[in-house]
Design a protein around this ligand. Structure first.
Ligand SMILES: Nc1ncnc2c1ncn2[C@@H]1O[C@H](COP(=O)(O)OP(=O)(O)OP(=O)(O)O)[C@@H](O)[C@H]1O
Length: 828
């Protein structure tokens, strides 16, 4: 490809640079890009500089990393890794020296002159420029995003290139990228200045150094972890603002060769920063050991535990979150970003329960040419469809043996429902994912949400995200993703066959929409024939009837109602946490061990069951009684599932997950444990995790709930012994953790008020949906009636937690159970 120089003006000095687009394409034609960086507080200075540095660097050179910094950096790794580390610092574009930081401490009123000589400006009005009444269309002539940025005080710019000339369109890609990086910082800075002039001056005085370091933050608690990163909640000691700081270990990045992944994540986060519905990257910095991403803190965590908690969302709630997701897709696709890994875990939630899309490590920034090529290839692909299917499956078949041999633990996970229950920590899951990624290199993303064309190494189009949208809507309505299986091979097969079952009770409009999105050929997907980024046909689908697209993100999202009623109302553990004021700033070894020990629950009631109560309880067996009971139990066919413990209670239940229900044998043992078994396959499927926060609650004679900090288990006993179950579990809890652990939530439904509903459930019914529906209808008068006990999404109680409040450990992702392991399956 011919690479023509572009003149870049930094601090007024003109330099000839070989600009590269985010996707690596160089700008054709000579152009002038004037970029200056506003003098700002330290956090605001670094980013424009970094993004320009990253954008303008065609080949990493040692010049960008002075000798001292290199020495320091090299000291952190072995000799053989030192080159990588230098490369990492340069490629990722982190500030490595004070000199580098200074170089671009000048300011960005971003100015662009289009290579074609005409400039125009337009602002995107909020998030709906195309549809909003305040829409300002692009003016005549060639579109210039940077000029638009200047003209607009908005954080984002109308991004559809109107100029058809190639030079303009290519520049458009680059300039948009540069503009977003700079403009984002400018906007943040302006906003801060407007809002907090005094504070800003103070900050400048207190913190004259431009560079940020861990010492500028107080690290409050661990939030989550990725394959090579830990995420902490931290407070900026200067502004007192809260941030999520992702700390990526250089060693791991180098070992896994994920430099590109990190670079891409950072690049796209810049592009999407300050766009409504996206996590904003405020600044990045590094030290010898780690790279730091300082981001918007998504206080309410991610969407997956909410789905898991309530089983599935009701239609109103699904509609809202699907609509926000569609808006986010429009924003990304207008900017030629294809996320490629949309899934509930990557949809974070802010304080007000609005969505923030995160995790751009798998994203692709498409050039217009790539988009055209992909569209052409699509028609070619359609003709070869069936042949490719066969080839792919053959290939997958061969891989499967290897997969089974090496990863036998994967085989223990038997279906979509159960995979989550047997999951251990996300750390383990991530490591497994990393192994998968290392082994399989044919696609990016996560098995359950990956589109057929991505699976088949076809061209990437924004329609890949529309496929994921269909999968997520399905999951919100039903509780499980549409393509499930015990291993990736089975999931892939289902995806390639587009084999989707819609369980009874699935909303009809939602079903129609999902069917229209889950089309094998990306061109057939609803919205794929619309202009990318303006999905009018999806907006017009009956499922979205009544959605006000203009005000959606300003509205209070509907409360998250469960499919079944009866979830206890407790404040969200996670959202109620604030960083204590008495902690020291920084992230040294001492701090890390403090954060991790809190995560592991050391010293918390979660990790340390209270002393056994002395209260007399029928389950409080003496050793002799236990031996006698074990002896009697030997002939019981469920005995070996109890692992040497006495079975105190057993019975068949239907275990529900959203619209799905499965028959299970439930055992309560002296452990105490609640074990559930597939009675047909005679396989243990999982356990309901015990903790002092566990609560049993009966809804009526048939339905009872077991609340754990991360999930409510919906169980129905066709024999009508729900109350017995609830009492037995509560007794066992008191016996284990003491009377003090007892609270009044155990039996919130009065038997009398729900007797009618119990009666309305035909005895022994195995039609779980009909049981659930009749229960829901009958429960409207009970204290735990459907509309009276949502998993609230109000500010004060966006609750997914049941039971009493716990330490942070129980709310951390390490203890959560996922609907799906959401394995990422390929290298980036
Ligand atoms: N801005 C944020 N606010 C709140 N929580 C966050 C934020 N970013 C990430 N998290 C939490 O931290 C966890 C780890 O995030 P991270 O981006 O490091 O890894 P990942 O994207 O899940 O995995 P990978 O890096 O392997 O793709 C996430 O699961 C999420 O719950």
């Amino acid at each position: 490809m011919e690479n023509n120089p572009v003149l870049v003006q930094i601090n007024g000095a003109q330099q000839q640079q070989q600009l590269q687009s985010p996707s690596g394409a160089s700008i054709a034609g000579a152009s002038v890009v004037s970029v200056s960086v506003a003098a700002a507080s330290s956090s605001n200075i670094i980013e424009p500089q970094l993004s320009i540095a990253a954008t303008t660097t065609t080949a990493p050179t040692a010049a960008t990393m002075p000798a001292m910094a290199k020495e320091k950096a090299s000291a952190a790794v072995s000799l053989g890794e030192s080159n990588y580390l230098t490369e990492l610092a340069v490629v990722v574009g982190m500030a490595t020296t004070a000199a580098a930081a200074q170089r671009l401490q000048q300011a960005p009123p971003a100015v662009h002159v289009c290579g074609c000589g005409s400039a125009s400006a337009a602002a995107e009005n909020n998030n709906n420029s195309r549809y909003g009444s305040g829409n300002k269309c692009l003016t005549n002539g060639h579109t210039s995003p940077l000029a638009a940025a200047v003209a607009s005080n908005s954080s984002s710019v109308a991004t559809t290139p109107q100029c058809s000339k190639l030079c303009c369109r290519q520049q458009y890609q680059i300039l948009e990228h540069v503009q977003f990086s700079c403009n984002m910082q400018l906007q943040t800075h302006q906003l801060q200045q407007q809002q907090q002039p005094h504070q800003h001056q103070q900050q400048q005085q207190q913190n004259p150094a431009a560079r940020r370091s861990p010492n500028d933050f107080i690290f409050g608690r661990y939030i989550g972890e990725g394959s090579f990163s830990m995420v902490y909640l931290a407070v900026d000691i200067h502004s007192r603002r809260e941030y999520a700081i992702k700390v990526c270990e250089k060693r791991l990045i180098l070992r896994e060769r994920k430099q590109e992944y990190i670079k891409r994540e950072r690049e796209v986060m810049h592009m999407m920063s300050n766009v409504p519905g996206f996590v904003t990257l405020s600044c990045t910095f590094q030290d010898q050991r780690s790279l730091y991403f300082v981001m918007t803190y998504a206080r309410k965590g991610d969407l997956l535990p909410y789905i898991n908690r309530v089983g599935s969302f009701d239609v109103a709630c699904t509609r809202h979150y699907a609509a926000e997701l569609l808006l986010a897709c429009e924003h990304m696709h207008r900017r030629n970003v294809v996320h490629r890994d949309l899934k509930p875990e990557n949809i974070l939630l802010d304080e007000d329960m609005h969505t923030l899309i995160a995790d751009f490590g798998s994203a692709k920034v498409m050039t217009p040419r790539e988009r055209d090529e992909a569209a052409e290839h699509c028609s070619e692909q359609r003709r070869q469809h069936s042949d490719e299917d066969d080839e792919d499956l053959d290939r997958a078949d061969n891989e499967e043996d290897e997969y089974y041999d090496r990863d036998s633990e994967e085989l223990d996970e038997n279906d979509g429902e159960e995979q989550q229950d047997e999951l251990d920590s996300p750390r383990h899951r991530q490591r497994r994912s990393a192994r998968h990624r290392g082994r399989r290199s044919s696609f990016v993303g996560t098995a359950q949400y990956v589109s057929p064309e991505v699976l088949k190494n076809g061209p990437i189009t924004p329609a890949a995200d529309l496929w994921a949208l269909g999968c997520i809507i399905y999951q919100m309505i039903s509780g499980l993703p549409p393509f499930r299986g015990s291993n990736d091979y089975i999931i892939f097969k289902e995806i390639l066959d587009c084999a989707v079952d819609f369980p009874q009770g699935f909303d009809k409009d939602a079903e129609d929409l999902v069917r229209k999105l889950l089309k094998i050929d990306p061109r057939d997907r609803l919205g794929a024939q619309d202009e990318f980024g303006y999905y009018e046909s999806i907006r017009a689908h009956p499922f979205f009837a009544g959605v006000n697209w203009q005000t959606l993100r300003q509205e209070t999202p509907p409360p998250i109602y469960p499919y079944l009623p009866g979830v206890s109302q407790d404040e969200d553990i996670r959202s109620s946490y604030s960083v204590p004021g008495d902690l020291e700033p920084g992230l040294d070894e001492r701090q890390i061990s403090r954060l991790l020990s809190a995560e592991l629950g050391v010293g918390s009631s979660v990790a340390m069951p209270a002393k056994r109560s002395t209260a007399k309880n029928s389950f409080d067996l003496s050793d002799a009684e236990k031996l006698q009971r074990l002896e009697q139990q030997k002939t019981d066919k469920w005995h070996h599932f109890a692992d040497g413990e006495v079975i105190l209670k057993k019975g068949f239940v239907n275990k529900r997950k959203g619209l799905f229900a499965r028959k299970r044998m439930l055992l309560l043992t002296t452990g105490p444990r609640l074990i559930y078994i597939d009675p047909v396959a005679m396989i243990k499927k999982g356990e309901i995790p015990w903790s002092p926060e566990l609560r049993a609650e009966y809804k009526n004679f048939k339905i009872f709930f077991v609340h754990t900090p991360n999930r409510t288990y919906y169980l129905d006993d066709p024999e009508g012994y729900a109350i017995h179950w609830s009492e037995a579990i509560e007794n066992m809890r008191k016996l284990t953790y003491g009377e003090g652990a007892s609270t009044s939530t155990s039996t919130s439904a009065s038997v009398s008020s729900s007797a009618a509903s119990a009666a309305s459930c035909s005895s022994g019914s195995t039609n779980s949906l009909s049981v659930a529906n009749s229960s829901a209808a009958a429960s409207s008068s009970s204290p735990t009636a459907r509309r009276s006990s949502p998993v609230s999404t109000s500010k004060s109680s966006a609750s997914v937690a049941a039971g009493s409040r716990t330490t942070g450990s129980s709310s951390s992702s390490s203890s959560r159970t996922g609907t799906s392991p959401s394995k990422k399956t390929a290298s980036k």
